[in-house]
Design a protein around this ligand. Structure first.
Ligand code: URA
Length: 168
């Protein structure tokens, strides 16, 4: 990896998004969610907020990942990597103390929730991590695959829920 990708956005944010780990573009720029999945995430945040009349943009939330370094070839992070980087994630979340956390995909779920069900089952509902309400939704990379287009609508619904909870 070229860079450590720690996180970006407002460190006093009321809402934190947690993804999996940096991809190639993120590694190059040192910023999370700046590649194709990141552009979709930006669209989802900005678009949902605008549509719902919530004065919020991507820069107002905080965005980070479970692992801070790009796994070789974008493979899924391994348990020891999640364990090591997970300590930084925990400190980030405790420092920010957001009103809610939105987990993007299975790796983020694995890192913060003790749940065996998959994202399809868990999404759209509230859980808790150390008292903080947690919403689970699909990872934007999953939504980019052509055969998962139906899931996009669900992800927008999840985001709507979380934005209203945090900013109403
Ligand atoms: N996917 C992630 O999980 N995180 C990023 O930062 C980019 C893509």
């Amino acid at each position: 990896r070229a860079r450590i990708v720690f996180g970006s956005g407002n460190e006093q944010a009321r809402l934190v998004f947690v993804g999996e780990g940096p991809g190639a573009e993120e590694d190059e720029q040192g910023l999370p969610f700046v590649g194709r999945a990141g552009q979709l995430l930006t669209q989802m945040i900005d678009g949902t907020a605008k549509k719902e009349g919530i004065p919020l943009q991507r820069k107002d939330v905080y965005i980070c990942n479970v692992v801070k370094c790009r796994p070789p070839g974008n493979r899924t992070p391994q348990p020891d990597e999640m364990e090591t980087c997970g300590q930084f994630l925990v400190r980030q979340l405790l420092a920010i103390r957001p009103k809610a956390i939105c987990l993007l995909g299975a790796t983020a779920v694995k890192a913060l929730l003790d749940r065996k069900e998959g994202v399809t089952k868990l999404r759209g509902n509230w859980y808790r991590w150390r008292e903080i309400p947690v919403m689970v939704t699909y990872h934007p990379s999953y939504l980019l695959r052509p055969y998962n287009q139906a899931a996009k609508r669900e992800a927008w619904e999840d985001l709507k829920k979380v934005l209203h909870y945090v900013y109403d």
